[in-house]
Design a protein around this ligand. Structure first.
Ligand code: NDP
Ligand code: 2IT
Length: 453
């Protein structure tokens, strides 16, 4: 670590104690930026990076609601409005018991760079609550979402801050929150993305993150004149991103063999087919069941329970060429990275946000495999949210073909920009540096133009 980065990290840790995920996200970016900051002393002087790591605003609020048994419950809600230099704050809401300020700051910080890469005018934000939708009834989820929106509605708006989904927030939750916003404001606006198709949503938005991560992997492979067809793929998670990753892999002729949730993972050596995926989608999105049930339905597959403790995840210890981590942060430890490399994996496209630890990333970069970091590889979701905003503003809807073409072209452009930027700054093939530097430069230049605000 050079002196500037180590001093910056000391200050970040002192000022933001007990936020290890935020420290990790900042460190990864700061290490990528050393050459840029050397070449552009004006950014150092204007304290651009120091400003970027300080949220423009953090809102933290009480979310009281009543469960079906009539018992009062209290959760904590947040919105981190990180950076609005290039557009309104934009980013998802996460409902998961692990949610805290540090996790949302890491996600909001990553979002700033990711959104800059999409080519669309969106700043970065993230929010959520330590609420666990698992095991709750629809009416409990509705009451929670309505209470959450009662406060959040004061701080968002179609030109201010446009939330969307993330872990634990899908079509059902977006519907309940949008409904409450509309009632409170007496306005029908594009204040959220991921909306239903009959009330302002965009086709392809549910599919976009998974599709985009697969398009990104395919672009990386093209640099070696290869394609996804015939390749065995490890996929983690079984939610929105994992499901549409599997769907697009199948349409490209690849063979996905794993899926997981917080209870464990399934390994299906024969491959997860379209028919099996349809069953998983019903299990997860309609019946809200557990992935363990897969092996009761499809006898050839095996289930391995995971205790959730980080360190080593056997999902990453199977022979394959590609991996698509699509569950959560830090799900690939350095030991897992070594297992992946030993098993022949040489393409990794991160559908999740920060799924690899810094130790794991360093292993991948040292091995010179095709490693697409989340900021670039999973940007298709928020990019399509940007397309939903554009359609809402114009009050029209594009066709599937139109949106999918735009998504594909955005992913192709992100890939090109990352590749070109990595090369320009002396680290060819390093998409981590490419994504961090390209995202930084766009936001930094906008901040320079707008003065000290
Ligand atoms: P979902 O809630 O739809 O699915 C999340 C999946 O990951 C579930 O299978 C869940 O299992 C598993 N998971 C979540 N937390 C943990 C954990 N702590 N340990 C083990 N498994 C876990 O979320 P998404 O698919 O939307 O999000 C997945 C990842 O992709 C996240 O990192 C998110 O930030 C990122 N992402 C999402 C985008 C989107 O458009 N939705 C866009 C870009 C990135 P279980 O049900 O047991 O909790
Ligand atoms: O992490 C992400 O990029 C998302 N959860 C999607 C955000 C969005 O605004 O669509």
């Amino acid at each position: 670590m050079n002196q500037y980065v180590s001093e910056l990290m000391d200050a970040v840790k002192a000022k933001n104690p007990a936020e290890p995920e935020f420290h990790q996200a900042v460190q990864e970016v700061a290490e990528s930026l050393t050459t840029v900051l050397d070449r552009h002393p004006e950014f150092r002087e204007a304290k651009i990076l120091e400003r970027m790591i300080e949220p423009e605003r953090v809102i933290m609020f009480r979310v009281p609601w009543r469960d079906d048994g009539g018992v009062m419950q209290v959760n904590r809600g947040f919105r981190v409005q990180m950076n609005s230099a290039i557009g309104p704050y934009k980013g998802g809401l996460r409902f998961h018991p692990s949610v805290n300020l540090g996790i949302l700051k890491f996600l909001a910080f990553e979002q700033v760079f990711k959104n800059a890469l999409t080519t669309l005018p969106m700043g970065g934000g993230k929010g959520g609550a330590d609420f666990d939708p698992k095991g709750k009834t629809d009416s409990e989820v509705m009451r929670f979402c309505q209470s959450f929106m009662c406060e959040l509605s004061r701080h968002i708006g179609p030109n201010t801050d446009v939330p969307a989904g993330d872990i634990g927030v899908g079509a059902r939750e977006i519907g309940f929150m949008f409904g409450m916003y509309k009632k409170l404001k007496n306005e029908f606006t594009g204040v959220m993305t991921g909306k239903g198709l009959t009330w302002g949503g965009s086709v392809i938005r549910p599919e976009a993150t998974g599709y985009g991560a697969v398009y990104f992997a395919s672009e990386m492979l093209k640099t070696r004149k290869e394609e996804l067809k015939g390749k065995t793929c490890l996929v983690s998670g079984s939610g929105n991103v994992a499901q549409y990753t599997v769907e697009k892999l199948l349409s490209m002729g690849a063979k996905p063999v794993t899926l997981s949730d917080s209870g464990g993972y399934i390994f299906d050596e024969e491959g997860i087919t379209r028919e099996k995926l349809a069953w998983v989608m019903d299990l997860k999105n309609v019946r809200r069941g557990r992935i363990a049930e897969y092996v009761e339905e499809f006898k050839g597959a095996s289930f391995t329970a995971l205790d959730g403790s980080l360190g080593e995840n056997p999902l990453w210890d199977h022979k394959a060429e590609c991996a698509f981590p699509s569950a959560t942060q830090n799900e690939i430890s350095e030991k897992d990275a070594a297992n992946l490399l030993r098993n022949g994996v040489y393409v990794i496209s991160e559908g999740a946000n920060m799924p690899s630890t810094i130790g794991a990333i360093n292993r991948f970069l040292d091995a010179k495999i095709l490693f697409g970091p989340g900021k670039a590889a999973n940007a298709g979701g928020v990019a399509t949210s940007g397309l939903e905003m554009a359609q809402n503003s114009m009050r029209i809807s594009w066709t599937r073909e139109e949106v999918d073409n735009r998504l594909y072209n955005i992913m192709k452009t992100i890939h090109e920009v990352c590749e070109r930027t990595a090369e320009k700054y002396g680290t060819p093939g390093n998409y981590v540096n490419g994504a961090n530097i390209a995202g930084f430069l766009k936001v930094a230049n906008a901040m320079m133009d707008q003065g000290l605000v």
